[in-house]
Ligand binder design. Structure first.
Ligand SMILES: Cc1cc2nc3c(=O)[nH]c(=O)nc-3n(C[C@H](O)[C@H](O)[C@H](O)COP(=O)(O)OP(=O)(O)OC[C@H]3O[C@@H](n4cnc5c(N)ncnc54)[C@H](O)[C@@H]3O)c2cc1C
Length: 592
């Protein structure tokens, strides 16, 4: 496997040349104080170094060794505790945290790039800080000031980590049926009892304390998702002076043996009357969790992109070196027995598909991150509202499309290696295994698609969709004639998506099965159209500079490939959407 190199040139291009993020940050006072182009550059450089030098080298050994569970204690692979300490000491866990609680205060558009680098270096490693910053977000938005003061600084500092305890053996997608209980105590605390499964980082040896955020039901809670509350439950009790006290009554019953992310501990957590404190209001726990979901779901999308990027870096190196057969148009490497496989059209198809999906994904995730920043930091109420609408609409696309494309990319990256792609020592098969979970956790991609089409598009009567469509339409209308080769197919793709959206809204009125039947393909049409918008904007930023630098020539060539070879996928997907739900119900359950 090639050594990981952070794609800093492309990150800079996206932030500075495509979106002019530094200018945008200057319009938002809370950001203008802490970040400018130079700070952003320095942070990305440093993140590139620590991820490439200290984390990436642990990725394969971590996969081979995995985590171990003995009598309730979980040991992470060799080198993990030291690397985590280094990462935490650099302030990276709190990169997006509020400086009032010792965070670095960086915008999401920067922390998104850091997340990409960290997850490319090692997805399994990246989950520990990612779950911690997710837990911090919920606490920051909903916990009392006392809880925030007591827990956030040590969590941002990476001295303590966080976990999110939602799933139970009988309740995954449908959290309304969870059974974990929380009994109120006279002193204002709660006793939390129940079993949670699949808890990432529920137990490990990286930090001295683990702060669990647990969904549970109060004794008098209404049935279903309206009766869920959120609790902060520390592994070790924290004394008034901030020092650590006794162990809380909770423990890790076992860890899962799984397909990938072997170095990430996936734990069964037993809460036996553990002491906890409510975060936010009674019965509003799901809403409190959702605060963090938009950030976290984008983060999971970025995990898909990150594995795709790592796979591409190895595939391109291999394709330049591996020699097999001659080019169809005649020998290229005359001095060798055969040509490097990069000459073959099918290998180029795979490499360009990987490159186009990775770079499109990086631009799209950065775009969504910028919307999150506007929604959080802008002084302009109208701009905030618009960004919130875009975040609501685009988050399920970012989570599901980036991870679906991530898996496609890692599979191409494995295929480029031929048989060697199947052999562990090359590392490509690990990326396929690691990437696979990103389509499943944090709400399966099927559920993301239902969220997009059912809740966001149909649920808003098309209003949220219009916010996105109008932006793309105005972009095309304002674009100069030199961009026509990109804006003409983009306009056509948008018209197709407009029509498909109207069709879905209409057919949902006739049959309740229509949304679920159309949603996954609809999300993919949406994703390819959104990437087309990103590719048009990247082409615009590169146009005219292609003779200056290979980077721009490569960007334009990849844009042309995207429009010629990948965007047309929307046609077959759209036909599937239009086919409706009838053919899904021709079989009785017994006839399968
Ligand atoms: C490695 C790993 C790490 C995880 N980390 C965490 C964690 O840190 N914290 C945590 O709380 N959980 C965690 N999870 C749990 C994860 O989020 C759930 O597995 C996931 O949300 C799906 O729930 P489930 O497994 O119960 O599947 P189910 O809900 O049983 O779903 C099974 C299938 O049915 C589909 N389905 C279900 N309902 C519908 C519907 N209404 N319409 C259409 N299709 C539907 C689903 O899409 C899926 O394909 C983790 C899981 C794994 C494997």
């Amino acid at each position: 496997m090639a050594d990981y190199k952070a794609p800093l040139r492309d990150m800079r291009f996206v932030l500075n040349e495509v979106f002019d993020a530094p200018k945008l940050w200057q319009t938002m006072p809370a950001l203008a104080e802490v970040v400018d182009a130079e700070t952003a550059e320095a942070i990305l450089e440093e993140a590139g170094k620590i991820t490439a030098n200290s984390i990436a080298p642990l990725n394969r050994s971590g996969d081979e060794e995995g985590c171990r569970w003995v009598d309730g204690a979980v040991t992470t692979p060799a080198g993990y505790p030291e690397a985590y300490r280094l990462y935490a000491e650099g302030g990276w866990v709190g990169v997006g945290g509020d400086p009032a609680y010792s965070g670095m205060g960086m915008p999401k558009a920067i922390s998104a790039q850091v997340e990409e680098m960290m997850n490319s270096a090692s997805l399994a490693f990246g989950l520990y800080p990612m779950l911690t910053s997710g837990a911090c977000l919920s606490l920051y938005a909903h916990a009392s000031e006392e809880l925030k003061q007591k827990y956030l600084p040590n969590m941002y500092a990476g001295v303590w980590s966080g976990s999110m305890c939602l799933t139970e053996p009988h309740a995954g997608t449908d959290l309304g049926i969870i059974r974990t209980k929380a009994e109120p105590q006279a002193d204002g605390s709660y006793k939390v009892s129940g079993t949670k499964i699949f808890i990432t980082g529920g137990e490990h040896d990286l930090t001295e304390n683990i702060i669990h955020l647990v969904l549970a039901k109060l004794p008098d809670a209404p049935a279903g998702s309206r009766g869920i509350s959120l609790f902060l439950v520390p592994k070790v009790m924290v004394n008034e002076d901030g020092s650590l006290g006794e162990r809380n009554s909770l423990g890790c019953g076992s860890i899962e043996h799984k397909m990938g992310i072997q170095a990430s501990a996936t734990c069964v957590m037993n809460f036996d009357g553990a002491t906890g404190w409510m975060v936010g209001e009674p019965n509003k726990g799901l809403a409190a969790m959702f605060t963090m979901m938009n950030y976290e779901r984008l983060g999971v999308g970025i995990q898909g992109l990150a594995t795709g990027e790592r796979s591409y870096q190895s595939a391109i190196e291999y394709a330049r070196e591996r020699i097999q057969s001659r080019a169809p148009t005649g020998p290229v490497a005359q001095d060798k027995a055969a040509d490097p496989i990069i000459v073959h059209p099918d290998v180029r198809r795979m490499l360009l598909t990987m490159k186009a999906l990775n770079e499109g994904g990086r631009a799209f995730s950065s775009y969504v991150a910028l919307q999150l920043d506007i929604a959080k930091f802008s002084d302009d109420a109208e701009a905030r509202q618009r960004a919130e609408a875009l975040v609501a609409l685009l988050t399920p696309v970012a989570k599901a499309f980036l991870t679906d494309m991530g898996l496609e990319t890692t599979v191409h990256g494995q295929q480029v290696f031929g048989g060697h792609g199947f052999i562990r020592e090359w590392g490509q098969e690990q990326l396929v295994r690691d990437c696979r979970i990103t389509q499943i956790y944090e709400g399966t991609n099927g559920i993301q698609a239902l969220d997009l089409l059912g809740r966001k598009v149909v649920g808003s009567g098309g209003e949220l969709y219009r916010a996105f469509a109008e932006e793309v339409r105005s972009y095309c209308a304002a674009a100069g004639g030199e961009l026509e080769e990109f804006t003409t197919p983009l306009k056509a793709a948008l018209e197709n998506l407009d029509a498909l959206t109207a069709f879905a809204i209409d057919s949902a009125k006739r049959n309740p099965n229509e949304i679920g039947a159309a949603s996954v393909e609809y999300l993919h049409v949406f994703g390819y159209t959104a990437y087309a918008y990103m590719w048009a904007r990247m082409a615009e930023a590169a146009l005219g500079k292609e003779t200056q630098d290979d980077f721009y020539a490569s960007k334009l060539g990849t844009a042309r490939f995207y429009f010629a070879r990948l965007l047309p996928r929307i046609h077959s997907l759209s036909a599937s959407v239009r086919a409706g739900s009838d053919s899904l119900y021709l079989l009785e359950a017994s006839q399968f």
